[in-house]
Design a protein around this ligand. Structure first.
Ligand code: AGP
Length: 607
Protein backbone atom coordinates (compact mmCIF):
# COMPACT_ATOMS: atom_id res chain seq x y z
CA UNK A 1 0.00 0.00 0.00
CA UNK A 2 1.59 3.30 -1.05
CA UNK A 3 0.42 6.89 -0.97
CA UNK A 4 0.18 9.06 -4.07
CA UNK A 5 -0.71 12.72 -4.50
CA UNK A 6 -0.93 15.07 -7.50
CA UNK A 7 -1.54 18.84 -7.53
CA UNK A 8 -2.20 21.49 -10.15
CA UNK A 9 -3.06 25.00 -9.03
CA UNK A 10 -1.85 28.46 -8.05
CA UNK A 11 0.38 27.57 -5.12
CA UNK A 12 4.00 26.34 -5.17
CA UNK A 13 3.37 22.63 -5.70
CA UNK A 14 6.25 21.15 -3.67
CA UNK A 15 5.05 22.25 -0.19
CA UNK A 16 1.55 20.99 -1.05
CA UNK A 17 2.95 17.65 -2.19
CA UNK A 18 5.19 17.25 0.85
CA UNK A 19 2.38 18.08 3.26
CA UNK A 20 0.14 15.63 1.45
CA UNK A 21 2.76 12.90 1.64
CA UNK A 22 3.12 13.46 5.38
CA UNK A 23 -0.57 12.73 5.85
CA UNK A 24 -0.21 9.60 3.71
CA UNK A 25 2.84 8.18 5.52
CA UNK A 26 0.59 5.71 7.34
CA UNK A 27 0.16 4.06 3.94
CA UNK A 28 3.86 3.39 3.58
CA UNK A 29 7.11 5.09 4.46
CA UNK A 30 10.16 3.20 3.25
CA UNK A 31 11.00 5.74 0.51
CA UNK A 32 9.45 8.84 -1.05
CA UNK A 33 9.73 11.12 -4.05
CA UNK A 34 8.18 13.87 -6.10
CA UNK A 35 8.41 15.29 -9.62
CA UNK A 36 7.37 18.50 -11.37
CA UNK A 37 7.89 20.29 -14.66
CA UNK A 38 9.85 23.53 -14.68
CA UNK A 39 11.31 25.37 -17.66
CA UNK A 40 10.17 22.49 -19.95
CA UNK A 41 12.20 19.98 -17.95
CA UNK A 42 11.11 17.21 -15.62
CA UNK A 43 12.65 17.59 -12.16
CA UNK A 44 12.80 14.47 -9.99
CA UNK A 45 13.61 14.19 -6.29
CA UNK A 46 13.68 10.81 -4.50
CA UNK A 47 15.06 9.42 -1.23
CA UNK A 48 14.97 6.12 0.64
CA UNK A 49 13.80 6.19 4.23
CA UNK A 50 11.39 8.57 5.89
CA UNK A 51 9.97 11.72 4.29
CA UNK A 52 12.54 13.88 6.08
CA UNK A 53 15.23 12.41 3.82
CA UNK A 54 13.32 13.67 0.78
CA UNK A 55 12.73 17.08 2.31
CA UNK A 56 16.47 17.43 2.91
CA UNK A 57 17.00 17.23 -0.86
CA UNK A 58 14.45 19.91 -1.74
CA UNK A 59 16.87 22.77 -1.41
CA UNK A 60 17.26 24.03 -4.97
CA UNK A 61 15.80 27.42 -5.87
CA UNK A 62 13.38 26.36 -8.60
CA UNK A 63 11.71 23.92 -6.23
CA UNK A 64 9.23 26.64 -5.31
CA UNK A 65 8.49 27.77 -8.89
CA UNK A 66 6.46 24.81 -10.09
CA UNK A 67 2.67 24.98 -9.47
CA UNK A 68 1.92 21.38 -10.37
CA UNK A 69 3.47 18.01 -9.68
CA UNK A 70 3.17 14.49 -8.29
CA UNK A 71 4.39 12.83 -5.08
CA UNK A 72 4.67 9.33 -3.63
CA UNK A 73 5.39 7.59 -0.34
CA UNK A 74 6.25 3.93 -0.84
CA UNK A 75 5.41 0.58 0.77
CA UNK A 76 7.62 -1.70 -1.28
CA UNK A 77 6.09 -4.73 -2.94
CA UNK A 78 8.50 -5.16 -5.87
CA UNK A 79 12.15 -4.29 -5.29
CA UNK A 80 13.96 -3.10 -2.22
CA UNK A 81 13.08 0.22 -0.57
CA UNK A 82 15.99 2.20 -2.03
CA UNK A 83 16.27 5.36 -4.13
CA UNK A 84 16.44 3.53 -7.45
CA UNK A 85 13.10 1.84 -6.76
CA UNK A 86 11.51 4.94 -5.21
CA UNK A 87 8.74 6.69 -7.16
CA UNK A 88 8.24 8.75 -9.32
CA UNK A 89 9.56 6.69 -12.21
CA UNK A 90 10.42 8.19 -15.59
CA UNK A 91 10.14 6.76 -19.07
CA UNK A 92 13.39 6.21 -20.90
CA UNK A 93 13.24 9.65 -22.60
CA UNK A 94 12.45 11.44 -19.31
CA UNK A 95 9.33 12.95 -20.90
CA UNK A 96 6.90 11.31 -18.47
CA UNK A 97 6.91 10.83 -14.68
CA UNK A 98 4.52 8.51 -12.84
CA UNK A 99 3.66 7.53 -9.27
CA UNK A 100 1.72 4.33 -8.59
CA UNK A 101 -0.03 2.41 -5.82
CA UNK A 102 -0.92 -1.23 -6.56
CA UNK A 103 0.48 -4.42 -8.03
CA UNK A 104 0.89 -4.97 -11.80
CA UNK A 105 0.59 -8.76 -11.94
CA UNK A 106 1.83 -9.17 -15.53
CA UNK A 107 4.64 -6.62 -15.30
CA UNK A 108 7.34 -9.18 -16.15
CA UNK A 109 5.69 -10.11 -19.48
CA UNK A 110 5.23 -6.43 -20.32
CA UNK A 111 8.84 -5.71 -19.31
CA UNK A 112 10.06 -8.45 -21.65
CA UNK A 113 7.93 -7.06 -24.49
CA UNK A 114 9.24 -3.51 -23.94
CA UNK A 115 12.83 -4.71 -23.64
CA UNK A 116 12.32 -6.37 -27.00
CA UNK A 117 11.34 -2.94 -28.33
CA UNK A 118 14.59 -1.45 -27.06
CA UNK A 119 13.31 -0.12 -23.74
CA UNK A 120 15.81 -0.21 -20.87
CA UNK A 121 14.98 -0.20 -17.16
CA UNK A 122 16.75 1.22 -14.15
CA UNK A 123 14.65 -0.27 -11.34
CA UNK A 124 13.12 -3.60 -10.25
CA UNK A 125 9.66 -2.10 -9.99
CA UNK A 126 6.43 -2.86 -11.79
CA UNK A 127 5.78 0.90 -11.80
CA UNK A 128 8.64 1.70 -14.17
CA UNK A 129 7.17 -0.82 -16.59
CA UNK A 130 3.86 1.05 -16.46
CA UNK A 131 5.36 4.45 -17.33
CA UNK A 132 7.47 2.92 -20.11
CA UNK A 133 4.38 1.18 -21.49
CA UNK A 134 2.50 4.48 -21.61
CA UNK A 135 5.50 6.10 -23.31
CA UNK A 136 5.51 3.28 -25.85
CA UNK A 137 1.82 3.91 -26.47
CA UNK A 138 2.48 7.62 -26.83
CA UNK A 139 4.92 6.93 -29.66
CA UNK A 140 2.07 5.16 -31.47
CA UNK A 141 -0.90 7.41 -30.64
CA UNK A 142 0.59 10.87 -30.17
CA UNK A 143 -1.95 11.48 -27.41
CA UNK A 144 -1.25 10.86 -23.72
CA UNK A 145 -4.91 10.16 -22.98
CA UNK A 146 -5.03 7.52 -25.74
CA UNK A 147 -1.62 6.14 -24.75
CA UNK A 148 -2.85 5.62 -21.19
CA UNK A 149 -5.99 3.89 -22.40
CA UNK A 150 -3.97 1.65 -24.71
CA UNK A 151 -1.56 0.73 -21.90
CA UNK A 152 -4.28 0.04 -19.32
CA UNK A 153 -5.96 -2.41 -21.67
CA UNK A 154 -2.76 -4.49 -21.48
CA UNK A 155 -2.37 -4.25 -17.70
CA UNK A 156 -3.49 -7.01 -15.29
CA UNK A 157 -3.58 -6.17 -11.61
CA UNK A 158 -4.32 -3.17 -9.43
CA UNK A 159 -3.27 0.43 -9.84
CA UNK A 160 -3.89 3.99 -8.85
CA UNK A 161 -1.44 6.26 -10.63
CA UNK A 162 -0.77 9.90 -11.49
CA UNK A 163 1.28 11.02 -14.48
CA UNK A 164 2.81 14.27 -15.71
CA UNK A 165 4.52 15.16 -19.00
CA UNK A 166 7.29 17.67 -19.61
CA UNK A 167 5.43 18.69 -22.76
CA UNK A 168 2.21 19.51 -20.88
CA UNK A 169 3.12 21.52 -17.76
CA UNK A 170 0.16 21.88 -15.40
CA UNK A 171 -1.77 18.90 -16.75
CA UNK A 172 -2.11 15.69 -14.72
CA UNK A 173 -3.57 12.33 -15.72
CA UNK A 174 -4.65 9.80 -13.08
CA UNK A 175 -6.49 6.48 -13.20
CA UNK A 176 -7.49 3.64 -10.87
CA UNK A 177 -8.24 -0.06 -10.82
CA UNK A 178 -8.79 -1.78 -7.43
CA UNK A 179 -6.68 0.83 -5.59
CA UNK A 180 -8.20 3.97 -4.07
CA UNK A 181 -7.98 7.32 -5.86
CA UNK A 182 -9.89 10.44 -4.93
CA UNK A 183 -10.15 13.75 -6.84
CA UNK A 184 -10.33 16.99 -4.85
CA UNK A 185 -11.75 20.15 -6.41
CA UNK A 186 -10.40 23.40 -5.04
CA UNK A 187 -10.65 27.03 -6.16
CA UNK A 188 -8.14 27.51 -8.95
CA UNK A 189 -6.51 24.26 -7.93
CA UNK A 190 -7.22 20.56 -8.19
CA UNK A 191 -5.89 17.47 -6.44
CA UNK A 192 -5.76 13.70 -6.80
CA UNK A 193 -4.63 11.41 -3.98
CA UNK A 194 -4.84 7.90 -2.53
CA UNK A 195 -6.75 9.23 0.43
CA UNK A 196 -8.61 12.37 1.43
CA UNK A 197 -6.22 13.49 4.21
CA UNK A 198 -3.64 14.41 1.55
CA UNK A 199 -5.63 17.46 0.41
CA UNK A 200 -8.24 17.91 3.16
CA UNK A 201 -6.61 21.17 4.41
CA UNK A 202 -7.30 22.69 0.98
CA UNK A 203 -10.71 21.33 0.03
CA UNK A 204 -13.49 19.06 1.26
CA UNK A 205 -15.11 18.79 -2.18
CA UNK A 206 -14.26 15.38 -3.54
CA UNK A 207 -15.06 12.95 -6.32
CA UNK A 208 -14.52 9.26 -5.57
CA UNK A 209 -13.11 7.78 -8.77
CA UNK A 210 -14.28 4.28 -9.68
CA UNK A 211 -12.39 1.39 -11.25
CA UNK A 212 -11.50 1.91 -14.92
CA UNK A 213 -11.86 5.68 -14.69
CA UNK A 214 -9.25 8.17 -15.90
CA UNK A 215 -9.21 11.82 -14.83
CA UNK A 216 -7.44 14.54 -16.81
CA UNK A 217 -7.02 17.77 -14.90
CA UNK A 218 -5.20 21.09 -14.62
CA UNK A 219 -5.58 24.00 -12.21
CA UNK A 220 -9.00 25.03 -13.46
CA UNK A 221 -10.57 22.12 -15.35
CA UNK A 222 -11.08 18.40 -14.94
CA UNK A 223 -12.76 15.64 -16.93
CA UNK A 224 -13.32 11.99 -16.05
CA UNK A 225 -13.22 9.39 -18.82
CA UNK A 226 -13.91 5.68 -19.08
CA UNK A 227 -10.31 4.46 -19.27
CA UNK A 228 -11.13 1.77 -21.85
CA UNK A 229 -13.35 3.73 -24.24
CA UNK A 230 -12.31 7.31 -23.34
CA UNK A 231 -16.00 8.23 -23.24
CA UNK A 232 -16.54 11.10 -20.76
CA UNK A 233 -18.13 10.05 -17.47
CA UNK A 234 -20.25 12.47 -15.46
CA UNK A 235 -19.35 12.50 -11.76
CA UNK A 236 -20.94 14.22 -8.78
CA UNK A 237 -18.99 16.20 -6.21
CA UNK A 238 -19.42 15.23 -2.55
CA UNK A 239 -18.42 17.30 0.47
CA UNK A 240 -16.77 15.31 3.28
CA UNK A 241 -17.27 16.25 6.90
CA UNK A 242 -14.14 14.55 8.26
CA UNK A 243 -11.29 16.24 10.08
CA UNK A 244 -7.74 15.26 9.04
CA UNK A 245 -7.14 12.76 11.85
CA UNK A 246 -10.43 10.98 11.15
CA UNK A 247 -9.61 10.95 7.45
CA UNK A 248 -6.26 9.11 8.00
CA UNK A 249 -8.36 6.34 9.50
CA UNK A 250 -10.64 6.40 6.48
CA UNK A 251 -13.47 7.55 8.70
CA UNK A 252 -13.01 4.66 11.14
CA UNK A 253 -12.73 5.47 14.86
CA UNK A 254 -9.46 3.55 15.26
CA UNK A 255 -6.76 2.14 13.02
CA UNK A 256 -7.48 -1.29 14.53
CA UNK A 257 -11.08 -1.18 13.26
CA UNK A 258 -9.92 0.06 9.86
CA UNK A 259 -7.37 -2.74 9.63
CA UNK A 260 -9.91 -5.39 10.65
CA UNK A 261 -12.20 -4.15 7.89
CA UNK A 262 -9.27 -4.15 5.41
CA UNK A 263 -8.99 -7.94 5.68
CA UNK A 264 -11.11 -8.71 2.58
CA UNK A 265 -8.75 -6.47 0.58
CA UNK A 266 -5.73 -8.06 2.25
CA UNK A 267 -6.93 -11.52 1.19
CA UNK A 268 -7.35 -10.29 -2.39
CA UNK A 269 -3.93 -8.62 -2.37
CA UNK A 270 -2.25 -11.73 -0.93
CA UNK A 271 -3.82 -13.91 -3.61
CA UNK A 272 -2.99 -11.44 -6.37
CA UNK A 273 -0.65 -13.08 -8.86
CA UNK A 274 -0.27 -16.19 -6.69
CA UNK A 275 -3.16 -18.45 -7.77
CA UNK A 276 -3.90 -19.54 -11.30
CA UNK A 277 -7.64 -20.01 -11.48
CA UNK A 278 -7.47 -21.93 -14.74
CA UNK A 279 -4.83 -24.52 -13.84
CA UNK A 280 -5.28 -24.55 -10.06
CA UNK A 281 -1.56 -23.89 -9.70
CA UNK A 282 -0.06 -21.84 -6.88
CA UNK A 283 2.75 -19.46 -7.84
CA UNK A 284 5.35 -18.65 -5.19
CA UNK A 285 8.36 -17.62 -7.28
CA UNK A 286 10.13 -16.49 -4.12
CA UNK A 287 10.74 -20.13 -3.21
CA UNK A 288 10.83 -21.92 -6.55
CA UNK A 289 14.46 -22.87 -5.82
CA UNK A 290 13.60 -24.15 -2.35
CA UNK A 291 12.54 -27.82 -2.36
CA UNK A 292 9.65 -28.86 -0.14
CA UNK A 293 11.31 -29.47 3.25
CA UNK A 294 11.38 -32.83 5.03
CA UNK A 295 10.63 -30.99 8.28
CA UNK A 296 9.56 -27.44 9.04
CA UNK A 297 10.51 -25.54 12.17
CA UNK A 298 8.43 -22.40 12.72
CA UNK A 299 9.71 -19.64 14.99
CA UNK A 300 7.76 -16.49 15.92
CA UNK A 301 6.29 -14.38 18.73
CA UNK A 302 2.83 -13.31 19.82
CA UNK A 303 0.19 -13.25 17.14
CA UNK A 304 2.71 -14.48 14.57
CA UNK A 305 3.40 -17.47 16.83
CA UNK A 306 -0.32 -18.25 16.80
CA UNK A 307 -0.22 -18.16 13.01
CA UNK A 308 2.65 -20.63 13.23
CA UNK A 309 0.60 -22.99 15.40
CA UNK A 310 -2.22 -22.77 12.86
CA UNK A 311 0.31 -23.60 10.12
CA UNK A 312 1.23 -26.88 11.85
CA UNK A 313 -2.26 -28.28 11.26
CA UNK A 314 -2.34 -27.38 7.57
CA UNK A 315 1.25 -28.32 6.69
CA UNK A 316 0.98 -31.73 8.35
CA UNK A 317 -2.45 -32.47 6.90
CA UNK A 318 -2.08 -31.13 3.35
CA UNK A 319 1.66 -31.34 2.63
CA UNK A 320 2.49 -34.18 5.06
CA UNK A 321 5.40 -32.14 6.42
CA UNK A 322 6.12 -32.63 10.14
CA UNK A 323 6.14 -29.22 11.84
CA UNK A 324 7.61 -27.92 15.08
CA UNK A 325 6.49 -24.50 16.30
CA UNK A 326 8.46 -22.56 18.90
CA UNK A 327 8.33 -19.19 20.59
CA UNK A 328 11.43 -17.30 19.45
CA UNK A 329 12.47 -16.19 22.95
CA UNK A 330 12.59 -19.84 24.03
CA UNK A 331 14.17 -21.15 20.84
CA UNK A 332 17.07 -18.70 20.88
CA UNK A 333 18.46 -19.91 24.21
CA UNK A 334 18.18 -23.64 23.59
CA UNK A 335 20.85 -25.80 21.96
CA UNK A 336 19.94 -26.21 18.30
CA UNK A 337 20.03 -29.77 16.96
CA UNK A 338 20.59 -29.42 13.20
CA UNK A 339 18.54 -31.84 11.12
CA UNK A 340 19.02 -32.56 7.46
CA UNK A 341 16.21 -31.50 5.12
CA UNK A 342 14.76 -29.09 7.71
CA UNK A 343 13.72 -25.53 6.83
CA UNK A 344 13.21 -22.86 9.48
CA UNK A 345 10.21 -20.59 8.83
CA UNK A 346 10.14 -17.28 10.71
CA UNK A 347 6.87 -15.34 10.80
CA UNK A 348 6.91 -11.65 11.59
CA UNK A 349 4.71 -8.67 10.69
CA UNK A 350 7.28 -6.00 11.52
CA UNK A 351 10.35 -7.94 10.51
CA UNK A 352 12.16 -6.33 13.44
CA UNK A 353 11.23 -8.51 16.45
CA UNK A 354 14.47 -8.96 18.39
CA UNK A 355 13.79 -12.51 19.59
CA UNK A 356 12.89 -13.69 16.11
CA UNK A 357 15.96 -12.00 14.64
CA UNK A 358 18.14 -13.69 17.25
CA UNK A 359 16.58 -17.03 16.39
CA UNK A 360 17.49 -16.49 12.74
CA UNK A 361 21.08 -15.73 13.71
CA UNK A 362 21.26 -18.99 15.68
CA UNK A 363 19.84 -20.99 12.77
CA UNK A 364 22.21 -19.41 10.26
CA UNK A 365 25.18 -20.06 12.55
CA UNK A 366 24.37 -23.74 12.07
CA UNK A 367 24.14 -23.29 8.31
CA UNK A 368 20.45 -24.13 8.15
CA UNK A 369 18.07 -22.46 5.61
CA UNK A 370 15.69 -19.72 6.76
CA UNK A 371 12.43 -18.79 5.02
CA UNK A 372 10.94 -15.51 6.22
CA UNK A 373 7.22 -14.68 6.09
CA UNK A 374 7.19 -10.94 6.60
CA UNK A 375 5.07 -7.83 6.00
CA UNK A 376 7.79 -5.21 5.71
CA UNK A 377 10.01 -5.16 2.63
CA UNK A 378 13.58 -4.29 3.53
CA UNK A 379 13.12 -5.16 7.23
CA UNK A 380 15.88 -6.90 9.13
CA UNK A 381 14.17 -10.29 9.14
CA UNK A 382 13.47 -9.99 5.41
CA UNK A 383 17.13 -9.21 4.78
CA UNK A 384 18.50 -11.91 7.09
CA UNK A 385 16.33 -14.71 5.69
CA UNK A 386 17.67 -16.83 2.83
CA UNK A 387 14.24 -16.73 1.17
CA UNK A 388 11.40 -14.34 1.96
CA UNK A 389 7.72 -14.16 1.11
CA UNK A 390 6.04 -10.80 1.71
CA UNK A 391 2.48 -10.79 3.00
CA UNK A 392 1.53 -7.51 1.22
CA UNK A 393 -0.91 -6.53 3.98
CA UNK A 394 0.19 -2.89 3.85
CA UNK A 395 1.34 -0.95 6.92
CA UNK A 396 -0.32 -2.12 10.12
CA UNK A 397 -0.55 0.89 12.43
CA UNK A 398 -2.54 -0.40 15.39
CA UNK A 399 -0.38 -2.15 18.01
CA UNK A 400 -2.81 -5.07 18.08
CA UNK A 401 -2.05 -7.15 15.01
CA UNK A 402 -5.12 -8.04 12.96
CA UNK A 403 -4.86 -7.85 9.16
CA UNK A 404 -1.24 -9.03 9.36
CA UNK A 405 -2.32 -12.32 10.89
CA UNK A 406 -4.99 -12.65 8.21
CA UNK A 407 -2.30 -12.22 5.55
CA UNK A 408 -0.04 -14.71 7.32
CA UNK A 409 -2.80 -17.33 7.29
CA UNK A 410 -3.41 -16.74 3.57
CA UNK A 411 0.27 -17.25 2.76
CA UNK A 412 0.52 -20.28 5.05
CA UNK A 413 -2.44 -21.81 3.25
CA UNK A 414 -0.87 -21.11 -0.14
CA UNK A 415 2.47 -22.50 1.08
CA UNK A 416 0.73 -25.71 2.23
CA UNK A 417 -0.96 -26.11 -1.15
CA UNK A 418 2.27 -25.26 -2.97
CA UNK A 419 4.39 -27.81 -1.15
CA UNK A 420 1.61 -30.41 -1.31
CA UNK A 421 1.57 -29.93 -5.09
CA UNK A 422 5.38 -30.13 -5.27
CA UNK A 423 5.17 -33.46 -3.44
CA UNK A 424 2.40 -34.73 -5.71
CA UNK A 425 -0.05 -34.83 -2.81
CA UNK A 426 -2.48 -32.16 -4.02
CA UNK A 427 -5.36 -33.60 -6.00
CA UNK A 428 -6.95 -31.33 -8.59
CA UNK A 429 -10.33 -31.42 -6.85
CA UNK A 430 -8.92 -30.12 -3.54
CA UNK A 431 -6.98 -27.40 -5.36
CA UNK A 432 -10.10 -26.32 -7.26
CA UNK A 433 -12.24 -26.32 -4.12
CA UNK A 434 -9.66 -24.30 -2.19
CA UNK A 435 -9.19 -21.73 -4.96
CA UNK A 436 -12.93 -21.42 -5.56
CA UNK A 437 -13.50 -20.88 -1.83
CA UNK A 438 -10.68 -18.32 -1.71
CA UNK A 439 -12.29 -16.49 -4.64
CA UNK A 440 -15.61 -15.96 -2.82
CA UNK A 441 -14.14 -15.47 0.65
CA UNK A 442 -13.34 -11.71 0.47
CA UNK A 443 -16.81 -10.84 -0.79
CA UNK A 444 -18.59 -12.89 1.86
CA UNK A 445 -16.34 -11.43 4.55
CA UNK A 446 -16.89 -7.87 3.27
CA UNK A 447 -20.65 -8.32 3.49
CA UNK A 448 -20.59 -9.99 6.91
CA UNK A 449 -18.19 -7.71 8.80
CA UNK A 450 -20.80 -5.02 9.70
CA UNK A 451 -23.14 -7.58 11.33
CA UNK A 452 -20.12 -9.29 12.92
CA UNK A 453 -19.22 -5.97 14.47
CA UNK A 454 -22.74 -5.37 15.79
CA UNK A 455 -22.79 -8.81 17.44
CA UNK A 456 -19.33 -8.26 18.89
CA UNK A 457 -20.46 -4.97 20.40
CA UNK A 458 -23.60 -6.49 21.92
CA UNK A 459 -21.85 -9.53 23.43
CA UNK A 460 -18.79 -7.48 24.40
CA UNK A 461 -20.94 -5.06 26.43
CA UNK A 462 -22.74 -7.96 28.13
CA UNK A 463 -19.51 -9.60 29.36
CA UNK A 464 -17.34 -6.50 29.79
CA UNK A 465 -17.40 -6.70 33.60
CA UNK A 466 -15.89 -10.22 33.61
CA UNK A 467 -12.61 -10.49 35.46
CA UNK A 468 -11.32 -13.39 33.36
CA UNK A 469 -12.15 -15.35 30.24
CA UNK A 470 -11.40 -18.74 28.77
CA UNK A 471 -11.09 -18.99 24.99
CA UNK A 472 -11.45 -22.59 23.79
CA UNK A 473 -10.93 -24.33 20.47
CA UNK A 474 -10.00 -27.70 19.01
CA UNK A 475 -7.83 -28.42 15.98
CA UNK A 476 -7.07 -25.29 13.92
CA UNK A 477 -9.30 -23.30 16.28
CA UNK A 478 -6.98 -23.89 19.21
CA UNK A 479 -4.40 -21.38 17.85
CA UNK A 480 -7.27 -18.99 17.13
CA UNK A 481 -8.46 -19.38 20.73
CA UNK A 482 -4.97 -18.36 21.87
CA UNK A 483 -5.16 -15.37 19.52
CA UNK A 484 -8.62 -14.38 20.74
CA UNK A 485 -7.35 -14.42 24.33
CA UNK A 486 -4.30 -12.35 23.40
CA UNK A 487 -6.41 -9.73 21.61
CA UNK A 488 -8.76 -9.35 24.58
CA UNK A 489 -5.88 -9.12 27.04
CA UNK A 490 -3.80 -6.62 25.14
CA UNK A 491 -6.47 -4.01 24.41
CA UNK A 492 -9.20 -4.41 27.08
CA UNK A 493 -6.82 -5.49 29.89
CA UNK A 494 -9.26 -8.29 30.90
CA UNK A 495 -7.35 -11.44 31.82
CA UNK A 496 -7.97 -14.25 29.31
CA UNK A 497 -6.50 -17.66 28.65
CA UNK A 498 -6.66 -19.62 25.43
CA UNK A 499 -6.91 -23.39 25.84
CA UNK A 500 -7.35 -26.53 23.82
CA UNK A 501 -10.96 -27.41 24.68
CA UNK A 502 -10.04 -30.95 25.64
CA UNK A 503 -7.48 -29.68 28.12
CA UNK A 504 -9.96 -27.87 30.41
CA UNK A 505 -10.75 -30.95 32.50
CA UNK A 506 -7.04 -31.37 33.32
CA UNK A 507 -7.14 -28.58 35.89
CA UNK A 508 -8.27 -25.21 34.49
CA UNK A 509 -11.98 -26.09 34.89
CA UNK A 510 -11.48 -25.50 38.61
CA UNK A 511 -11.63 -21.80 37.81
CA UNK A 512 -15.09 -21.88 36.22
CA UNK A 513 -17.83 -19.94 37.96
CA UNK A 514 -20.54 -17.47 36.79
CA UNK A 515 -17.97 -14.63 36.69
CA UNK A 516 -15.50 -16.60 34.61
CA UNK A 517 -17.13 -16.92 31.16
CA UNK A 518 -15.90 -18.99 28.22
CA UNK A 519 -15.82 -18.09 24.55
CA UNK A 520 -15.72 -21.38 22.63
CA UNK A 521 -14.92 -21.52 18.94
CA UNK A 522 -17.27 -24.35 18.02
CA UNK A 523 -18.07 -24.66 14.29
CA UNK A 524 -20.21 -27.62 13.18
CA UNK A 525 -17.17 -29.65 12.05
CA UNK A 526 -15.94 -33.17 12.89
CA UNK A 527 -14.88 -32.09 16.39
CA UNK A 528 -18.18 -30.45 17.42
CA UNK A 529 -19.33 -33.44 19.40
CA UNK A 530 -16.19 -33.32 21.51
CA UNK A 531 -16.52 -29.58 22.03
CA UNK A 532 -20.14 -30.03 23.08
CA UNK A 533 -19.02 -32.39 25.85
CA UNK A 534 -16.49 -29.84 27.04
CA UNK A 535 -19.19 -27.16 27.11
CA UNK A 536 -21.50 -29.39 29.15
CA UNK A 537 -18.70 -29.75 31.74
CA UNK A 538 -18.56 -25.96 31.97
CA UNK A 539 -22.33 -25.56 32.21
CA UNK A 540 -22.42 -28.16 35.01
CA UNK A 541 -20.30 -25.70 36.98
CA UNK A 542 -22.53 -22.74 36.10
CA UNK A 543 -20.02 -21.27 33.73
CA UNK A 544 -21.47 -18.91 31.10
CA UNK A 545 -20.66 -19.68 27.47
CA UNK A 546 -20.43 -17.69 24.24
CA UNK A 547 -20.27 -20.07 21.27
CA UNK A 548 -18.61 -18.67 18.15
CA UNK A 549 -20.10 -21.03 15.61
CA UNK A 550 -22.11 -21.35 12.38
CA UNK A 551 -25.70 -22.20 11.46
CA UNK A 552 -26.64 -25.76 12.28
CA UNK A 553 -24.38 -26.37 15.28
CA UNK A 554 -27.41 -26.83 17.55
CA UNK A 555 -25.53 -25.54 20.57
CA UNK A 556 -27.51 -24.53 23.67
CA UNK A 557 -25.40 -21.89 25.39
CA UNK A 558 -25.86 -18.42 26.85
CA UNK A 559 -24.90 -16.62 23.62
CA UNK A 560 -24.70 -18.19 20.16
CA UNK A 561 -22.73 -16.13 17.65
CA UNK A 562 -23.08 -17.43 14.08
CA UNK A 563 -20.59 -16.38 11.42
CA UNK A 564 -20.69 -17.33 7.70
CA UNK A 565 -19.50 -20.73 6.57
CA UNK A 566 -17.13 -21.80 3.79
CA UNK A 567 -14.81 -24.64 2.82
CA UNK A 568 -12.59 -26.40 5.35
CA UNK A 569 -9.69 -24.47 6.82
CA UNK A 570 -10.92 -21.22 5.27
CA UNK A 571 -13.57 -20.96 7.99
CA UNK A 572 -10.71 -19.56 10.08
CA UNK A 573 -11.05 -16.31 8.08
CA UNK A 574 -14.51 -15.77 9.58
CA UNK A 575 -13.55 -16.80 13.12
CA UNK A 576 -10.47 -14.56 13.28
CA UNK A 577 -12.19 -11.18 12.61
CA UNK A 578 -14.99 -12.13 15.02
CA UNK A 579 -12.41 -12.64 17.77
CA UNK A 580 -10.68 -9.39 16.83
CA UNK A 581 -13.96 -7.45 16.84
CA UNK A 582 -15.00 -8.97 20.18
CA UNK A 583 -11.79 -7.67 21.75
CA UNK A 584 -12.10 -4.34 19.94
CA UNK A 585 -15.72 -3.63 20.93
CA UNK A 586 -15.08 -4.72 24.54
CA UNK A 587 -12.06 -2.40 24.78
CA UNK A 588 -13.95 0.53 23.23
CA UNK A 589 -16.86 -0.04 25.63
CA UNK A 590 -14.39 0.00 28.53
CA UNK A 591 -12.87 3.22 27.20
CA UNK A 592 -9.40 1.82 26.57
CA UNK A 593 -6.78 3.29 24.21
CA UNK A 594 -7.33 0.73 21.49
CA UNK A 595 -4.56 1.68 19.04
CA UNK A 596 -1.86 2.30 21.63
CA UNK A 597 -2.58 -0.03 24.60
CA UNK A 598 -0.60 0.59 27.78
CA UNK A 599 2.84 -1.09 28.12
CA UNK A 600 2.89 -2.27 24.48
CA UNK A 601 4.89 -1.38 21.36
CA UNK A 602 4.05 -2.19 17.77
CA UNK A 603 7.38 -3.85 17.20
CA UNK A 604 9.30 -5.46 20.10
CA UNK A 605 12.81 -4.64 18.98
CA UNK A 606 14.31 -5.37 22.41
CA UNK A 607 14.60 -8.62 24.37
C1 AGP B 1 -0.04 -8.84 18.46
O1 AGP B 1 -1.31 -8.21 18.59
C2 AGP B 1 1.01 -8.18 19.32
N1 AGP B 1 1.10 -6.80 19.01
C3 AGP B 1 2.34 -8.92 19.35
O2 AGP B 1 2.07 -10.17 19.96
C4 AGP B 1 3.06 -9.21 18.00
O3 AGP B 1 2.32 -10.15 17.27
C5 AGP B 1 4.43 -9.81 18.32
O4 AGP B 1 5.18 -8.84 19.00
C6 AGP B 1 5.19 -10.28 17.07
O5 AGP B 1 5.42 -9.17 16.24
P1 AGP B 1 5.93 -9.45 14.74
O6 AGP B 1 4.88 -10.23 14.04
O7 AGP B 1 6.12 -8.07 14.17
O8 AGP B 1 7.23 -10.22 14.82
Amino acid sequence: MCGIIAYSGHRPAVPVLVQGLKSLEYRGYDSAGLAFVHMEKLHLFRASGKLEALEAKLDSGHVLHATSGIGHTRWATHGLPNEVNAHPHLDVHAHLALVHNGIIENFQDLKNMLSGCGCSFRSETDTEVLVCLISHGLNQTGSIREAISWALNLIEGSYAFALISKDHPGTIWAARQASPLIFGQGTGENFVASDIPAFLPFTKDVVFLEDNELVEMNSSQWTVFNASTLAPVSKSIQTVAWDVQAARKGGYKHFMLKEIFEQPKVIRDCLSGRIDRKTGNIHLPEIENLPAPGRLHIIACGTSYHAGLWAKYLMEDMARIPVDVEIASEFRYKPLVPEQDKVYLTISQSGETADTLAAIALVKKHGMPVLGLCNVVGSSIARESDHVIFTQAGPEISVASTKAMCSQLVLIFLLSLYWAARKGLLDRQTAEKAIAAFETLPGILERSLPLMRETAASIGRKYSSSRSFFFLGRGIYFPLALEGALKLKEISYIHAEGYAAGELKHGPIALIDPDFPTLAIAPPDHLLGKVKSNLKEIQARKGRIIALTQEGSGLEVDDTWNVPRTWGYLNSFFMLPALQLFAYETAVYLGKDVDQPRNLAKSVTVE
